[in-house]
Design a protein. Structure first.
Length: 474
């Protein structure tokens, strides 16, 4: 069911815009903007919320210096009768980032929050508050669920172009007023340097905002952190983060294209001095955990994991997979047996267990790689083959499981939205379908490995809507 954007939700972005004034696109390409160290702590990278449930959520921020994180929540943007949450001390150990868990929130309500950063030596000295908002998941079935999914940001050398207004796709996505955004991996391209300019086929020049960390492939922890900071230089993304909570998973380009555990980069690849992928993956994972609010992956927790299930009321469960960390070596996928597979034994057992426990009407399996690549295994419309179902949890370890995609939107439990290109599919009873992905006419510069497999409970009919976004995905 569509949720008309509320004036309060739009106006809450004014606080985010005020904070984003400290981060402006450089007028001269080749250098990142400098931030003043005098005065009070500031949060020029904005705020974001993630892994929101009916009664809890995570709020993220990055400071420009060591500071104490404080979060206030309220039912309205006036912040009358606000509830205060004391968060962590932000320091160099987490690259000045921090996450505060909110709990005891009312279900199905709009939550307004603001983040204050206090001087650790003088708590009375706080910076300008940065505001955001999100909706907690509903407790009943009456209200539908709307979410967006996509992946792949700043790939193949196409970064933030100030001439075109940066990542404008995020403003288009925000206008759909989704309940959450599912980022299905490749949130950065750590293996893709971004230069100041690129020649276009028509003879014109594409310009990029550039930073030192994006001038080469990422190898050090500082360079991986810099890749995540790069995207937050964009005003559109920061506004979107302040309005829409996220569910984030990773894929290969957070580390290196098509990487797998135990891989060693060939000596002939001179771009990398560090050849061990396990070392690079550990650094990338640390930076990834610092820059996204993920409930199961706190920074520095060696037992943390990306895979998890997010329950969005009685209508929807989202099963977030990690198809990189536990997989076996890349291969043509023709072996007779594959005991490790693409998920690993522990994650596969977890997925089977959680799917069996789920009572949601819709079950979305968020797979950053396609789970079956052969068209021969795909069932015809309205049918489900046992072979296809078996392929979902543990598909072959293909060498390259990427495919191109665009931003998509899904509405469950209600009528489809009335904007954009639209394809509506009604799943038959007792069926599992793999919805076709649609590609925006302008999304030609980046590939995507994102896949969303939707499974509907057999006792209830529902509708699934997929739309290409109004403009291309970065």
């Amino acid at each position: 069911m569509s949720h008309p954007p509320s004036p309060a939700r739009r106006s809450v972005l004014r606080g985010a815009l005020a904070a984003s004034a400290a981060v402006t696109l450089p007028t001269t390409l080749g250098a990142a903007p400098a931030f003043a160290r005098s005065g009070r702590p500031a949060a020029p990278w904005g705020v974001q919320a993630g892994d929101v449930t009916a009664h809890s959520g995570l709020v993220w921020v990055r400071s420009d210096r060591p500071a104490r994180m404080i979060v206030e929540t309220a039912a309205t943007e006036s912040f009358r009768q606000a509830r205060r949450w004391h968060g962590p001390l932000l320091g160099p150990g987490t690259d000045l980032t921090g996450t505060t868990r909110l709990h005891g929130l009312p279900a199905g309500e709009q939550i307004h929050y603001r983040v204050l950063l206090a001087d650790p030596d003088d708590p009375r000295r706080t910076g300008e508050p940065v505001t955001g908002t999100f909706r907690t998941t509903p407790a009943g079935r009456r209200r539908g669920v709307r979410f967006l999914w996509s992946g792949d940001l700043a790939g193949q050398g196409w970064g933030i172009n100030p001439d075109l207004g940066g990542y404008r796709i995020y403003d288009a996505m925000a206008r759909l007023d989704p309940d959450f955004f599912l980022c299905s991996g490749d949130s950065i391209y750590a293996d893709g340097p971004i230069s100041a300019t690129a020649a276009l086929p028509d003879g014109s020049t594409w310009r990029n905002v550039t930073t030192e960390e994006k001038s080469k492939v990422a190898e050090t922890l500082a360079e991986y952190r810099g890749n995540f900071r790069y995207n937050l230089l964009d005003d559109n993304l920061r506004r979107f983060n302040a309005q829409v909570p996220s569910i984030v998973q990773w894929d290969d380009h957070e580390v290196r294209n098509n990487w797998y555990p135990g891989e060693v980069i060939a000596d002939s690849v001179t771009a990398y001095r560090e050849k061990r992928l396990d070392v690079l993956a550990a650094r990338a994972r640390r930076a990834f955990s610092e820059y996204f609010p993920i409930s199961t992956l706190p920074p520095g927790d060696r037992n943390g994991r990306v895979y998890r299930v997010m329950r969005h009321g009685p209508l929807l469960d989202v099963f977030v997979l990690d198809m990189r960390t536990y997989r076996d070596a890349n291969s043509p996928g023709t072996q007779a047996s594959d005991p490790v597979g693409i998920l690993g034994a522990e994650q596969l057992a977890w997925l089977k267990r959680e799917l069996a426990r789920s009572r949601a009407v819709w079950k979305v399996i968020a797979a950053d790689c396609r789970s079956a690549s052969s068209s021969r295994t795909r069932p015809r419309a309205g049918r489900t083959s046992r072979r296809w179902r078996r392929a979902i949890p543990a598909g072959p370890s293909a060498g390259n499981c990427r495919s191109r995609s665009c931003c998509g939107s899904s509405s469950t439990g209600g009528s489809p939205a009335r904007c954009g290109l639209r394809r509506t599919c009604t799943t038959p009873r007792r069926s599992t379908t793999s919805p076709r992905e649609r590609r925006s006419p302008t999304s030609s510069r980046s590939g995507s490995s994102s896949r969303a497999l939707l499974t509907r409970a057999p006792s209830r009919r529902a509708r699934w809507t997929a739309r290409s976004a109004p403009s291309g995905c970065s």
